[in-house]
Ligand binder design. Structure first.
Ligand code: MN
Ligand code: MN
Length: 270
């Protein structure tokens, strides 16, 4: 067990964090390195839909980490978005598509590219290692790209993401747009969530000197439905601001059909 590598994405995992952890652990195993994927939090409905579609099981939740554990970080590189104690882990590798904010004691194998999704980078690693992508792995990687790029509509989406998604959809044997819409739609149902759960679906903390900034985002197919609950949401946000000393809280609601967003911004730094 000692040389098992733990692979995980960020806290409040989204589909890319889960898909990339699963795909990266699988790639490691295929090239003879013992690795296992984990999640740092509960899965959202979109990710559950993707895992069900491709008949993959949820990664186990990781609650604590021993010092010097071997780790591969995917879909994030900031300790503030990772597990407590990550700074004492033995980080073997980082694969990510976000801004870099990584300080390690040892040199680290870091693959960071300005593309729309971590899974797009992983696709290239599979090719480099000459490992066959199975239909189920292709399906979950495709889900990550569709999710992160909002079906190629996000400003972060690149030609590489589009080409990779098309190739993966052929391997997975599914229609890209038909599946993509169902996937995104599955993630927009917030009817049985309370305000607190809604603001935590995809929430990330950033530390800038002494400022703590939280950015939270949800997808919707009907913005009006979400903003009907505005006062309830604002109360939950104010609560989090007071409890966790947040300087600036940005809550973004993205319309998956129009690919535009409305935001609620609160805090003493607005
Ligand atoms: Mn992510
Ligand atoms: Mn991502």
């Amino acid at each position: 067990m000692a040389d098992k590598t733990l692979v995980f994405g960020h806290t409040n995992p989204d589909t890319d964090s889960i898909a990339s952890a699963i795909s990266m652990a699988n790639l490691q195993n295929e090239i003879g390195r013992y690795a296992e994927s984990f999640r740092l939090g509960n899965l959202n409905k979109e990710t559950k839909y993707a895992l069900n579609t491709f008949n993959l099981s949820e990664p186990m939740q990781l609650n604590t980490i021993e010092p010097n554990s071997k780790v591969i970080m995917v879909d994030n590189n900031e300790f503030s978005q990772s597990i407590l104690g990550i700074e004492n882990a033995d980080i073997q590798m980082v694969v990510d598509h976000h801004r870099l904010n990584l300080h390690t004691a040892q040199p680290v194998h870091c693959i960071a590219e300005p593309v729309g999704c971590t899974a797009t980078i992983l696709y290239k690693l599979y090719k480099q290692e000459d490992v066959v992508i199975t239909p189920r792995i292709a399906g979950i990687m495709l889900s990550a790209i569709l999710s992160d790029t909002l079906m190629f509509k996000s400003p972060t989406c690149t030609e590489q993401d589009r080409i990779t998604a098309e190739r993966l959809s052929k391997i997975a044997g599914i229609d890209l747009y038909d599946y993509g819409y169902k996937l995104l739609e599955a993630g927009t149902d917030i009817s049985d969530y309370n305000a607190d759960e809604i603001i935590n679906i995809d929430s990330k903390d950033f530390q800038y000197n002494d400022l703590k900034i939280t950015i939270s985002q949800i997808n919707s197919s009907n913005l009006e439905d979400v903003f009907k609950r505005k006062s309830e949401l604002e109360k939950a946000i104010e609560n989090k601001i007071n409890k966790e000393n947040v300087s600036l809280y940005i809550f973004v609601v993205t319309d998956i059909l129009e690919a535009n967003s409305q935001v609620i911004v609160l805090g003493n730094r607005t």
